[in-house]
Design a protein around this ligand. Structure first.
Ligand code: SAM
Length: 314
């Protein structure tokens, strides 16, 4: 495979589309039913540097328009993963997934999981418990949908455990490929010491998106992130030979997304490996960051190759 074909607007022949502008403009150009997987985290309307806080009603009306368009462009066996946390008003939290759930329900989408993404770093609350999880809300358009469990299995807790009686006595009782990762995911969020950190205050860890991409799409499928930020979804998608598309309204973040893709094409982008256990203060994990190789960056190893690099990151 040659170098990625990267375009700045919808092009069915591209490998990667980086749209620097409003996601509704990009969505409007995408033909119905052409996207296999949508993974995104929208602004939460909480006054982060990349958003202008509006009334909750206006925010929800805007989100509904985007969700309507996402459902339109989604293929019949496709999935949407809407990753959100809480809207906070005067110290009161309102879970955004509860508020946007009806927008998916109106289109008769089916919710398959409400994944709890648990992480360790964030603001320290003084009048409530500090928030340390957000949710990934997975919807499908139909009952027939892509779900590949084997590529995302995680190590069994007791890999040598065997049946001790019955017809299978002595055989391994767990799947030797590993177990289902469940709907509670312990994945470090991207804060100061993370190997993927950019200037973006709320970027996805690439490994979180990798798990979604590997399980919910197939090679050469289209993966879309309408709020791509610094392009983490796109990186995870192209690492695994999917086509990827994203929109980002901030030209600065859009440029960083482009720079990250270029680094990956040169084999110089470092990401935290999916296989690395969460930081254990009592000892290292022995798994260093891995370098991302995209088509054209290294003919022998097209996508991902383990390499020794800097140690000591979460
Ligand atoms: C929560 S962040 C997403 C970060 C992203 N997951 C990443 O890994 O970098 C939401 C992003 O949406 C962008 N955004 C806000 N309004 C937008 C719009 N109308 N169209 C496209 N992007 C928008 C913001 O600039 C911000 O970068």
């Amino acid at each position: 495979m040659g170098k990625l074909k990267i375009t700045d607007n919808w092009d069915s022949k591209a490998d990667l589309v980086l749209y620097c502008g409003d996601c509704l403009d990009l969505l409007g150009r995408i033909p119905s039913g052409s996207i296999n997987l949508i993974v995104t985290s929208p602004p939460y309307n909480i006054g982060k540097s990349y958003e202008r806080r509006t009334s909750l009603d206006d925010y929800l009306r805007w989100q509904q328009r985007i969700i309507d368009e996402c459902v339109r462009v989604l293929s019949d066996n496709g999935s949407i993963c809407w990753q959100v946390g809480n809207y906070v008003d005067n110290g009161e939290i309102i879970p955004l997934d509860v508020l946007v759930y009806p927008f998916f329900q109106q289109h008769n989408l089916h919710m398959r999981n409400r994944i709890i993404w648990h992480f360790e770093h964030g603001l320290h609350a003084s009048k409530r418990f500090s928030g340390r999880y957000e949710t990934i809300n997975w919807f499908t358009k139909a009952d027939t949908y892509v779900f590949n469990l084997d590529p995302v299995r995680v190590p069994q807790k007791y890999p040598q455990k065997r049946y001790f009686k019955g017809p299978r006595q002595g055989e391994l009782s767990g799947n030797p490929l590993g177990k289902n990762p469940s709907d509670v995911w312990d994945i470090p969020n991207v804060k100061a010491n993370h190997v993927e950190k950019t200037i973006h205050p709320a970027q996805f860890p690439v490994e979180l998106v990798e798990r979604l991409v590997l399980s919910m799409s197939n090679e050469r499928d289209w993966v879309l992130d309408p709020f791509m930020g610094v392009g983490s979804t796109l990186i995870a998608a192209v690492m695994h030979n999917r086509r990827a598309m994203g929109a980002e309204i901030s030209s600065e973040y859009c440029q960083i997304a482009r720079d990250r893709v270029d680094l990956a094409q040169r084999g110089e982008l470092r990401v935290r490996p999916m296989e690395r256990p969460v930081y254990d203060p009592n000892g290292g994990t022995g798994i260093p960051p891995k370098m991302v190789y995209l088509p054209g960056s290294d003919p022998e190893s097209l996508f991902v190759r383990e390499k020794s690099a800097r140690r000591g990151h979460t």
